[in-house]
Design a binder for this molecule. Sequence first.
Ligand code: ACO
Length: 325
Amino acid sequence: MSDVRIVGTGISIPQKILSNADLEKVVDTSDEWIRTRTGIAERRIAAPDVATSDMGYEASVRAMHDAGIVSEDIDAIIVATATPDYLFPSTACLIQSRLGAKRAFAFDISAGCTGFVYALKVGKAIIDAGNAEILLLVGAETMSRVTDYEDRTTCILFGDGAGAVVLAKSEIPGILSVSLGADGDGWQLLYMPGGGSRIPATEESVRERHHYLKMQGSNVFKEAVKAMESASIEAIRKADITPDEIDLFISHQANYRIMEAVRRRLDIPSEKVFMNVDRYGNTSSASVPIALEEAVRSGKIRRGDIILFSAFGAGFTWGAAVVRW
Ligand code: ACO
């Protein structure tokens, strides 16, 4: 079995900022409520002509540049997204076409906010099995397109963006462990009813606002804390390290209270937690790769550091990974 490392990162962040003050004008909420309940101050919104593959493409180009590779080097492209451009073809195929990555096979992963951690596991397995040497993993979301700006319980949370990494076969171990889980019994606590084969788009489905995300926030909150803690403990054990060896904890950026609760349960000091939820809100599967890139760029990660990723999302799905940089 070969070893696998992340050798490049890139992100794409929309220009437009939607602040808490902006949201105060459209729903009955307040900057104070949003900040204290979530830690979010603002989030980014994609321009009307920008879709998930556009941001995914831009993040990919930057990650490839960072890794020093060209399109022809890529063996496979995996895109984690809950907001694909189309139900089919996959967003991965759209990105493959724009990159001209002709040799690459390409597919999407649907695992809600955990999508990027799922992609990491699948990507590593593909390399471990000898089926590829260089992979592009993308987490990209246009959450604003499925967010109901008449629902104050959800519209304050979500934002748009993309992050990408280049994953490569390596002599040095990089992905030390990935632990995944799912519990489909929780599907109705966080889902989008319309647009699939169950409730296709009709005038009635639009009128009933079925094409927007629905979430029972406090139930999701409790499940997220429990699952991210247990997945993290399992990933730490599988990586054969102790929690105090973790240099940086990069959690899915859903809500600072969730991250804080998981951090406490894992007994990780607060200075080892990376947070940018205040600036981007919850960008679903893009949040972990965006946070990773910003942590690398800001010098918070040095070669040899041990990073813990952890995420939870619709499904329910959850996962954690231990990575040596
Ligand atoms: N502004 C003001 N008041 C509000 C708002 C708002 N934006 N939203 C809800 N409230 C009110 C509610 O109506 C409720 O009022 P009531 O007591 O009179 O009924 C009160 O605030 C408390 O509501 P709760 O839902 O209990 O608030 P909570 O503390 O749970 O915070 C939140 C809500 C922020 C959504 C939280 O539950 C949360 O972050 N949940 C997890 C979301 C998440 O992590 N998702 C991860 C996966 S996302 C994915 O996979 C796509």
